[in-house]
Design a protein around this ligand. Structure first.
Ligand code: URA
Length: 434
């Protein structure tokens, strides 16, 4: 791009609360993707957006520039309805691992592009890569071949598809610039709209374990993404779901894969299945496939959804024996239980702090270059509303490092608020925006 624009001027402009033009946003994103703007300048820009925000027009330009940084898929020769789901991120959220194969087993074509761990939340890619051999970096050719063959692919952003999001996502993860409506909306929609979808179902999380703690902000994020989808002529709906509690029991990369496989075997925890089925029913409705939740349940009971997951693992180079033999997944051998010190009801869990505790024991990244430890994690035995007796386990920490094990154990103990009286009942699915 021939221009006299400079990153420095644009960072200053956004820092001072001014609106950026389409050309300016395109310049920043294309130069950053090429490597001509360094990480430190983009980090400053992201922080400026975090504080000053972007209006809907700027958010749309940002999304378009990020999408244009790579190729759009052309899936016009696929006959089946092409749909995907995406979550804004939450602690213990392994819904994609269950719903992807489940939706594909119902005849929906799912070209899923996901992300790695982000902030205090885990990522689908890191979870899948805990399966020995599993590849998430397929070429477009491999991607299309697998989609035609088994109807689903689960990969990450690559150098070819949504490369700007790949780079910006990794930077936001370690610069405290995740929880911003324009940055989340542009990140999600840039990769989803590159997938040539007929429809998209978004799981927008609110509460302590989400990026948007406040319901009102989560709703605004949902409305922004639905609007972007609509403008791009992709049917988009958002389901707002409560993330005050961790989702399911297991948190941590390998542990979440195990829980997802259990769910596909019909043994998933109630909250995980409620969210999975709610989103799945919306996908079926969009795909004009009749059957609703009954059909989803039947695909699990019949083993077809699990079989689809096996096909994904095989096709992407992973070891499918993990499905029957969980010892093939890296799970830390050492664990300590976190024991309740008094009787009562769980009134609160600091789910954000649980997610951050996982990051600090190695389950996530504190710097871009960090390798993650897929074997560590937590099992959460007691959730908000549950009764607990003194001496009962609240949670269990898994790590191969004895010191980390005990530090995280003490941290988790402090993340629980236990009181005498009953706690307020919670609704998991709050609202659907379409
Ligand atoms: N998921 C994404 O892909 N991007 C975000 O910014 C948050 C969740």
């Amino acid at each position: 791009m021939k221009t006299s624009l400079t990153a420095l001027d644009l960072i200053r402009k956004k820092r001072d609360g001014n609106k950026l033009s389409k050309t300016e946003i395109e310049y920043l994103i294309s130069e950053y993707t090429k490597g001509d703007i360094p990480d430190y300048q983009l980090s400053a820009f992201l922080m400026a957006v975090f504080f000053q925000g972007m209006d809907f027009e700027e958010t749309t330009y940002l999304m378009q520039a990020m999408k244009r940084s790579g190729q759009d898929l052309d899936l016009s020769d696929i006959r089946d309805p092409v749909l995907d789901k995406h979550s804004t991120g939450g602690v213990g959220d392994k819904v994609s691992l269950v719903l992807g194969p489940l939706a594909a087993s119902c005849g929906i074509c799912v070209p899923m592009i996901s992300g790695r761990g982000l902030g205090h939340t885990g990522g689908t890619l890191d979870k899948l890569e805990s399966i020995p051999g599993f590849r998430t970096d397929l070429s477009i050719k491999e991607f299309k071949r697998q989609l035609e063959k088994i109807g689903i692919v689960m990969i990450g952003q690559t150098g070819q598809i949504a490369p700007a999001d790949k780079k910006m996502y990794a930077l936001r993860d370690v610069t405290a610039t995740v929880d911003s409506i324009p940055l989340i909306a542009a990140s999600i929609m840039s990769k989803k709209l590159a997938e040539d979808l007929d429809g998209l179902v978004l799981d927008v999380k609110f509460g302590k374990g989400a990026f948007m703690r406040e319901y009102k902000k989560a709703k605004l994020l949902a409305q922004t993404m639905v609007q972007i989808g609509k403008r791009s002529k992709v049917k988009t709906i958002a389901v707002l779901t409560d993330m005050d509690n961790p989702l399911g029991v297991n948190i941590g990369n390998s542990l979440e894969v195990i829980e997802a496989i259990e769910a596909l075997k019909g043994k998933g925890p109630e909250d995980l299945m409620e969210v999975t089925f709610a989103l799945g029913a919306q996908m079926l409705r969009m795909a004009k496939i009749r059957g609703g939740i009954k059909m989803l349940e039947q695909k699990i009971t019949s083993g077809q959804a699990l079989d689809k997951f096996r096909q994904i693992i095989e096709s992407q180079g992973g070891d499918p024996r993990v499905i029957e033999d969980y010892t093939r997944l890296p799970v830390a051998k050492k664990s300590v239980k976190v024991i309740a010190r008094k009787n009562g009801y769980i009134h609160d869990i600091d789910t954000y702090a649980i997610g951050m505790s996982l990051v600090t024991i190695g389950g996530g990244r504190l710097k871009k270059e960090d390798n993650i430890d897929p074997s560590c994690g937590f099992k959460i035995y007691k959730k908000i509303g549950d009764h607990v007796s003194k001496g009962e386990p609240l949670a269990e920490v898994f790590s191969s490092h004895v010191r980390r094990l005990h530090t995280a154990g003490t941290d988790i103990q402090n993340m629980y608020t236990i009181k005498r009286g009953r706690a307020r009942c919670r609704t998991l699915i709050r609202e659907i925006i379409s």
